[in-house]
Design a binder for this molecule. Structure first.
Ligand code: SF4
Length: 210
């Protein structure tokens, strides 16, 4: 069974596909934080702003493969009429649960499958698009993909060395915390003088959507 926090239609608000209609499947659970607010400051990843705990969100639940495919197809067909069938597998950490059978079933339904992962889990699974967002206090094992997105600042990363990794695009995304405005300015300053780093802003939050 796949434990799913929520399934929803929105636009991709960050990174390479910003502005694109997408169906999000948020897998429950993460290996870097238990999702309980009081424990966040002592967790390996201590700046998470995502509720991935449990299965109680819209269309959340414990799904068999068949039921999950049925549900994503149903939501896609309800909400979208044109364009690429674009699905984003996110979390939490989706690689704790995503498997070959799920990818094959989504492919059969002609989905373009994007993954958003924290990069701690290496994988041979084939996605159409892989976005890795490593965390400075965690092991980083998945070091290739399409898009690398580093929440900024995380000073333990050597951003010059990181550019040698096999990614097509390199994004810095301001960290969401009390210093958000400062982080935005730091991100802009760094990117403006260190190409190909490019800023990624969470447009969906500015628009007030999920
Ligand atoms: S790795 Fe991602 S989902 Fe997990 S706690 Fe950090 S930001 Fe949240």
């Amino acid at each position: 069974m796949y434990k799913i926090k929520e399934i929803f239609k929105s636009i991709q608000g960050e990174g390479f596909f910003t502005g694109k209609d997408a169906l999000f499947v948020r897998f429950s659970g993460c290996n870097l934080w238990n999702g309980i607010i009081k424990d966040r400051k002592n967790s390996i990843c201590n700046f998470c702003d995502t509720d991935f705990r449990g299965v109680d969100g819209p269309f959340g639940g414990s799904y068999s493969l068949k039921d999950l495919i049925f549900t994503v197809e149903k939501i896609w067909n309800l909400k979208f009429t044109v364009g690429t069938k674009f699905i984003i597998l996110t979390g939490g950490e989706p690689l704790l649960q995503v498997d070959k059978k799920l990818l094959q079933a989504l492919k059969k339904k002609n989905f373009f499958i994007a993954l958003e992962t924290n990069g701690t889990i290496n994988t041979n699974l084939k996605f159409d698009w892989t976005c890795v967002s490593p965390k400075e206090n965690a092991e980083w094992n998945l070091k290739t993909g399409d898009e690398l997105k580093i929440v900024y600042p995380q000073y333990r990363f050597d951003l010059n060395r990181v550019l040698k990794l096999k990614f097509k695009y390199f994004f810095l995304q301001p960290k969401e915390n009390m210093n958000k405005q400062i982080n935005i300015q730091k991100t802009i300053n760094y990117c403006s003088s260190h190409k190909p780093w490019f800023p990624s802003f969470q447009i969906h939050k500015a628009l007030g959507i999920s």
